[in-house]
Design a protein around this ligand. Sequence first.
Ligand SMILES: C[S@@+](CC[C@H](N)C(=O)[O-])C[C@H]1O[C@@H](n2cnc3c(N)ncnc32)[C@H](O)[C@@H]1O
Length: 429
Amino acid sequence: MVLVWGFPSFVSYNLDNQDAFMKIHRSLAEAVVHGLEDIFKSGRQADKVVEALLKSNKKWGKRDRSFIAEHIYESVRWWRLISFVADQEQPHSRQDFWKALQIWLTIKPVRLSMEQGYSLPDWPEFPPLDQAELLQRYHQGMKIRKIAHSIPDWLDRQGVGELSEKWVNELIAQNSPAPVYLRVNSLKTTLEDVLQIFGPDDALKVPGIPSALRLVKRQNVATRDSFKMGYFEIQDAGSQLIAPFVNPQPGELIIDACAGAGGKALHMASLMGNQGRIIAMDVEAHKLQELERRAKRNGATIIESQVIRSDRDLERFTNKADRVLLDVPCSGLGVLRRNPDAKWKLTSDFLEEIRKVQADILLNYSRMVRVGGALVYATCSILPSESEVQVAQFLERAGDNWKLVKEHRTNPFTEDIDGFYMAFLERVK
Ligand SMILES: C[S@@+](CC[C@H](N)C(=O)[O-])C[C@H]1O[C@@H](n2cnc3c(N)ncnc32)[C@H](O)[C@@H]1O
């Protein structure tokens, strides 16, 4: 087994899928190649590409679907390593994408220490390759951190600069497939009831996170009646720590100022037992529309959405809120395992830009908190520069009006959850 840079196969792969070493059907390989072209040439989001592909052919069975989804996600995740082994920097033609798939199918069994690999069909798209040469390049690549962990140069520099020796563990965690977690909606049901719906072999409790269940096998839960009835939402267990961290109380006025499609707002409504008021704000109207749809399904009746069009939309809440949640836009480096394509789209300019947005949001939106109230600043980033450093700089600028009460970071490497940061601040004056 190759253990260069310390990633054993259990971290990188879901061994459930060893039975995926099967004869490859042409339509499946074509779907993977199409998907990769869409992601890398047209810049489309990987999850949207996979979703559209899986919908495009009703005849594909469960194994076919998981072959397509897995091979697209794995190729995206390991794209730099694949490109290094293929000796092709920027794929252009359809044939380049076929070659990428061929390389992945060749090196995947080696990474898994499997005795037997895929039987690659004799298609013109898979011309004979010099296996020994490929494997030599693979082992060579595994000695170089940014190639072994498939990460762009600038991001590797950024990560080492901010996290030094912890960076490698973050890379290992973010290159692992993410489990599916559910958040049970206490407005409609209980954890025990949802556990019973799935059965104890299919869903597990998550120690320390009482709203969460972890699915043992990946499955499409959105088609279940229990989902349509709002019994649960799909939400990473780390993300489920944020609403309790805000600690919203029944009857309070809560502002979720970067509410997006409402993952945390819905959770807060259930913690408040639908007593009080949650103002869900965002600059993007379509996300709030999605939130409204989800709120209906969840039976969350205390959420009012408010598109932020100008400063006035914020000013009317100055000094009014009991608690404000700032779940700010960020690099998303803590959720790369769910969005592996993001690492190829992120740029250092974007990171710099988004840090300015975060600082502005902290400074301006914190004014909505009343004296004695609380502010929670949260990111799904593993970088201190988007998290701890932002809070420290805010405290420097905001003088002694604020007190940092507590901070928390999830640990994706040891906890198998996404990477989140959260800080709880109290407005003292
Ligand atoms: C991390 S996401 C929020 C996720 C959401 N809270 C949830 O739990 O599903 C950050 C959100 O901030 C929004 N956003 C970006 N710039 C903003 C701004 N200046 N003011 C408010 N929201 C903003 C984005 O549209 C995005 O929905």
